[in-house]
Design a protein. Structure first.
Length: 570
């Protein structure tokens, strides 16, 4: 009860600091068993706070996972769930994003008097109808200050690191050119034989338009870096393309300055790292210093950044007034191999699979909560928890009310953290692959078992290969998956590696378990609203009129205003 008294009386409206890594494997941290990467500052959060050992990302991909994190809701409820292959936003000139109707924890804290800042990656859209309406921008979703990238970090953003899109373009463009050539020759022959009586000029216009569109596509591809690798301060583009040199140091200094500016009033700082999403990078101070190449260098640089923020909290006597949370948006992207053959993906420990899959390696992520005087050191919580739980946790701590007009899928973590509850409120967790319900986790109230049923699994080969390497990520439908009837069933309490699927012969209650899970699916499905799909083809395609550009479009959208803007940092 001492800790509960501390929260309710001694720490009114605590500060909130959130660290989110990108594609970090649960096995990449010392506190989760890594013995070769040096992560002393992140390990401190575990040693002096709480470890959530079964902490689950609501999605195995960046955009839907972050939408769920910000809203406390499954991303399918907000339309951030694709019915096509592409499950994330890839272009800054797209119209999709986190809908204005959604309420983020940042917005509720802002309304409650908090100063709020997002430093780093957003990946939830920018504009809707024109290039400066900022309908999906962080400043439209509860953040007072934004310094970071509105999209994501890709190989295409660093020259010489290869391309995420290369295989697709290599595959489809020659085919398109061949099709145009064959069609042109065929139509010319048809016209010569008198079988086509229309003007030959119409054919010329058709192929001229086709060639122009193909030319624009090639122009966009070869200039992806200039059009999409954008650094912004609030609504202003300050680097296009961004410069990787000392990127993490700049993010860290922005975070430290924000804390110092707001040391006398409650604040929310969300430091959303680019590490360790490819393209990998590290400053000269860290490059070549780890035992795991550039990936290890990036992890250790991120750990340094966490340490810098913790030091500032200590320096300004804010540690006991601040809840600190560290996580990753999904598991390590094990398919990542550099163009030079170096492994650029992380390590998911004993867990199978990785990013883009709902095997445990794709969704079981680090969950660390540090709050001196409130969360007891060396606390281990082995119950299922979700990154959606941060929404109700911080909203309640801030003294705000949870929205009553929508379903919130997350649950307040404080009862577990303070020892006032021993069971998670998550009896069921639903695991989506884009818009497709992929698997369900069931933790019965009267059992130690944690059942996990898969309705389909990716055609993924974890041993002796790199998963879905040929396609960069695993897809969720068609020939890329295998459906299971009855569902594939595991007991994670006994088989966390998901090696041994159960059968009616090996589990006497097999059909009863599947029946309960199916009823939960039915109940869950009826609760889903009919909302616009933010990841429809129309919403994810590049629209030139939505393209953010800090200079003339014909000048390839180039600028570097970082030095000038630094003089006027708010």
């Amino acid at each position: 009860m001492f800790y509960l008294w501390e929260v309710s009386n001694a720490v009114s409206k605590p500060n909130i600091v959130i660290f989110m890594a990108d594609d970090l494997g649960i096995g990449d941290l010392g506190c989760f068993g890594n013995r070769t990467l040096r992560t002393p500052n992140i390990d401190k959060l575990a040693r002096e706070g709480a470890m959530l050992t079964q902490h689950i990302a609501a999605s195995p991909l960046c955009t839907p996972s972050r939408a769920s994190f910000m809203t406390g809701r499954y991303s399918v409820r907000s339309g951030i769930a694709s019915v096509h292959r592409t499950g994330v936003f890839l272009f800054s000139g797209s119209s999709g994003g986190l809908p204005s109707e959604e309420t983020t924890f940042a917005k509720l804290l802002q309304q409650g008097g908090y100063s709020t800042a997002l430093i780093g990656k957003w990946h939830l859209g920018i504009n809707c109808n024109h290039s400066n309406d900022f309908c999906h921008h962080p400043l439209s979703h509860g953040f007072d200050y934004f310094y970071g990238i509105p999209l994501t970090n890709l190989r295409d953003c660093i020259p010489g690191h290869g391309s995420v899109f290369a295989n697709g373009f290599k595959m489809y463009i020659p085919t398109a050119l061949q099709f145009i050539g064959i069609a042109l020759i065929s139509l010319k022959a048809v016209h010569y034989l008198g079988l086509f009586r229309g003007p030959i000029r119409a054919l010329g216009y058709f192929f001229l338009m086709t060639s122009v569109l193909l030319g624009l596509l090639l122009l966009f591809w070869y200039n992806y870096r200039y059009l999409n690798c954008i650094l912004m301060r609030n609504h202003t583009i300050i680097q296009q393309p961004w410069i990787y040199e000392d990127f993490t140091q700049r993010f860290t200094e922005e975070g430290k300055r924000f804390i110092k500016r707001n040391s006398e009033a409650p604040f929310l700082l969300f430091l959303s790292y680019l590490h360790v999403h490819t393209a990998l990078f590290a400053s000269q101070t860290f490059k070549g210093k780890s035992k795991h190449g550039l990936y290890g260098d990036a992890v250790e640089e991120m750990d340094w950044s966490v340490g810098e923020i913790l030091h500032v909290l200590d320096q300004w006597h804010l540690s006991e007034k601040t809840l600190v949370y560290f996580t990753s948006d999904q598991g390590a992207h094990i398919e990542e191999i550099s163009i030079n053959g170096e492994v650029h993906g992380g390590y998911n420990g004993i867990y199978k699979g990785g990013k883009s899959t709902n095997w445990e390696g794709g969704i079981r992520v680090p969950g660390l909560i540090y709050w001196p005087g409130v969360v007891e050191p060396n606390t281990h919580i082995d119950e299922p928890t979700s990154n959606m739980d941060i929404f109700p946790t911080v909203v309640k701590l801030a003294g705000a009310s949870l929205p009553k007009d929508r379903i919130i899928d997350g649950h307040d973590l404080m009862p577990l953290l303070q020892g006032n509850a021993v069971r998670s409120k998550h009896e069921f967790l639903f695991h989506y692959c884009n818009a497709h319900l992929n698997a369900v986790r069931w933790h019965p109230g009267n059992s130690t078992s944690i059942w996990k049923a898969f309705f389909f699994t990716p055609n993924f080969s974890p041993e002796g290969s790199n998963g879905c390497y040929d396609y960069h990520v695993c897809f969720c439908q068609g020939d890329f998956v295998t459906h299971h009837d009855p569902p594939l069933l595991f007991d994670l309490s006994k088989d966390p590696e998901e090696k041994n699927p159960l059968t009616p012969e090996t589990e006497s209650q097999f059909y009863e378990i599947i029946q309960v899970i199916q009823q939960a699916v039915n109940n869950h499905t009826t609760s889903l609203p009919n909302v616009p799909n933010q990841l429809s083809l129309d919403n994810i395609l590049w629209k030139p009129w939505l393209q953010p550009c800090c200079s003339s479009f014909l000048q390839f959208c180039y600028c570097d205003h970082e030095a000038e803007e630094n003089k006027d940092v708010p």
